[in-house]
Design a protein around this ligand. Sequence first.
Ligand code: GUN
Length: 292
Amino acid sequence: MSATIIDGKAVAAQVRAEVARGVAAFVAGSGRAPGLVGIQVGDDPASELYQAGKARAAHEVGMVSRRITLREATSQAELDAIIDELNADDGVDGVLVQLPVPAQLSEPLIASRIHPDKDVDGFSPISLGRLMRGEPGNVPCTPQGVMRLLGEGGVPLEGAHAVVVGRSLIVGKPQSMLLLSANCTVTIAHSRTRDLPALCRDADILVAAVGRPEMIRGDWIRPGAAVIDVGINRTADGLRGDVAFDEVAAVAGWITPVPGGVGPTTIAYLLANTLEAARRRSGADSSQGVRL
Ligand code: GUN
């Protein structure tokens, strides 16, 4: 093994400690704690775990956190009415709906319904537009975590060729914008990309977000490259990333493990986004935030 392992748990703990200090200062200044509400529709066990983890993490940094669990058959109109109520509630700074949602619900309608200032997932058209325009706003959590992991690892970004494998709205697209803002030269690859292994071999930074267990192999990696594994795939052999860890770690310069890499930083940045949303909503200067 030659790669330095970037410890996502340790980085996430650091971000959470920064947020906890920010929350204490916000409470002292405003007399109230930032509020986060997570909505879950149905009882998917993975969503249940994520929602419980987010609520616990919010509570631990001193936020008011509330979970709303709706029945599987909830209609769009019912969900819209709940979102509208939360949009109008001054004590609520962040609202998220756990994805995926049942088929009768529309993810784009949900993303547009949440007020952009409370959209702590950063999936709304306004938030994504702000990101593309380089304006302040809510930035999706996982890509922010990836940038922090690269920063903590000391990975050089300026002028580096970053290849993002995957073009999802949650990771691939916003990730590309953040890497571009950090002066990387960015290539977005996907299932139709010609000769993906050759393209990956040209990457100084490789972000894998495809959702296919251990697809990225050791001979796809430029020696010394930084490899960030966003994949969380539940297989018969347990949790696996998108990267064949042992093979790739033998060639790469940096690598993130699964579990214990990107995952913990995603929740940490949900908390950071909620604190930032609270500060912005209260008109406070957010320059001391934990943003990149
Ligand atoms: N499902 C998988 N990832 C996410 C996420 O980042 N936010 C929400 N709301 N649901 C998800």
